[in-house]
Design a protein around this ligand. Structure first.
Ligand SMILES: Cc1ncc(COP(=O)(O)O)c(C=O)c1O
Length: 413
């Protein structure tokens, strides 16, 4: 099997490092890609489940641009819908009627939600949700999960990160995932002071196994929030439309007050949404919140087309099933070589780890060996499955996994 080289990618990165902080910053930074020499940095095009890098290497993409790609790159229905509005003028002096259509469609689609508000990034709407919770309750504190990610606004970042001041996080209470007792304790110790509880539908931190909610966890959290007047905010930015079209809260059987969507909502077009219950609608209207490009019609049309298509084909079911098939096969192949591949999280966005080496080095090497043979895997973050991943992709991935296992077995065992 041929292995890839990345001459152009790495040359571009060297140029970038001179004029762009970090060369590539944020979640696309090569920092967690180990060994970094085995990964491409710059992409040139995508179609279906695959993308090409600037060196012409083709990859089956198991990161899906970190989530936005859900129906496959360059999906004809989504691109046609966006192109129609782009041609007419996407950023005009006022919103387009498609904004109303999208809001109506999402209110019909998402369980228990009565209104929708659109922005660009996931962090725009998680921040707005916290502002609404504070405005509605007149309280300051927000409870969140240790290791939970909601974006890059200062209050969302962990103490110690550069650029933060103490005031950014003094009103944040971080508790452990699945520890309802810690939430109860926080409520008891901060009577009448907690505005909101924010968490993703299940816990998907980086570098460690992901964790589904324990039996009754969400139902107990919801009951306590309702009793104490705490706004329950679900950050469905990552899981949204990969577990259930009606919102991941339906998958786990509870009812939040506010739900944040982004990533998969428009198959790569820039748009996010905050949805909420009627009880918070006038409060949402009171909080001033907007952005230069938040009314662009093309991403709204792309979102409408994406959601309609995902609903038509029952996208989450496809992704959960394909993910399961892929992962079951991979676990077996790894076991044939004497490796234990542990899968956690939902099969449509699994986190994997070879557990035979606690330092993660063996696992990192294995992910890199797969990547440089054409199955793009990261070792630190959950992966994403799309509806465009085919049986042929899965079969090809199994072959790559098999060969990568042979290579690392020689090095490590
Ligand atoms: C669960 C979750 N919330 C919020 C965000 C922030 O979204 P964005 O990067 O679009 O601001 C992310 C991004 O990865 C996320 O995974």
């Amino acid at each position: 099997m041929k292995t890839y080289s990345y001459k152009k990618s790495h040359a571009l990165f060297n140029r970038a490092a001179k004029v762009i902080p970090c060369g590539i910053y944020g979640h696309f930074s090569p920092a967690p890609l180990i060994p970094v020499s085995d990964y491409p940095f710059y992409a040139s095009r995508g179609k279906g489940s695959r993308f090409r890098d600037v060196d012409g290497n083709e990859f089956i993409d198991y990161m899906c641009a970190y989530g936005p790609m859900v129906l496959g790159y360059n999906h004809p229905k989504v691109e046609a819908a966006a192109a129609k509005y782009q041609k007419a003028g996407s950023c005009l002096m006022g919103p387009s009627p498609v904004m109303v259509e999208l809001a109506e469609y999402m209110v019909d689609l998402i369980s228990g939600m009565d209104w929708a508000f659109f922005a660009k990034n996931g962090g725009d709407v998680t921040n707005y949700a916290a502002m609404i919770a504070r405005s509605a309750t007149g309280r300051k504190k927000i409870v969140a999960i240790s290791g939970g990610y909601h974006g890059v606004a200062p209050w969302m970042q962990a103490p110690g990160h550069h650029g933060l001041i103490e005031e950014d996080y003094v009103n944040m209470i971080r508790i452990r995932w699945n520890r309802f007792d810690e939430f109860e304790k926080a409520v008891k110790e901060n009577p009448g002071q907690i505005a909101g509880f924010i968490a993703s539908p299940y816990h998907h931190p980086t570098f460690v196994d992901n964790e589904l909610p324990g039996d009754g966890y969400w139902q107990k959290v919801q009951a306590l929030c309702n009793k104490e007047g705490i706004v329950l905010i679900i950050d469905d930015v990552r899981c949204g439309f990969r577990l259930d079209m009606r919102g991941s809260h339906v998958y786990f059987g509870f009812e939040p007050d506010l739900v944040c969507f982004c990533k998969a909502i428009a198959n790569g077009h820039p748009i996010s949404a905050l949805m909420g219950k009627n009880s918070l609608k006038s409060e949402a209207a009171r909080v001033f919140y907007t952005g230069s490009y938040w009314f662009q019609s093309a991403p709204m049309a792309a979102a409408l087309a994406t959601l309609k298509e995902l609903r038509r084909i029952n996208g989450p079911k496809i992704m959960l099933e394909r993910g399961k098939k892929l992962l079951d096969g991979m676990v077996k192949i790894a076991a044939n070589h004497g490796f234990t591949l542990k899968v956690s999280g939902a099969p449509s966005m699994p986190y994997l780890r070879i557990t035979d080496d606690e330092t993660l080095m063996l696992h990192q090497q294995w992910c890199a060996e797969c990547t440089k043979r054409g199955a793009y895997f990261t070792s630190h973050h959950n992966w994403f499955i799309s509806t465009a991943h085919t049986d042929a992709d899965i079969k090809r991935t199994w072959d790559i996994v098999d060969e990568a296992c042979k290579v690392i077995k020689k090095q490590y065992m």
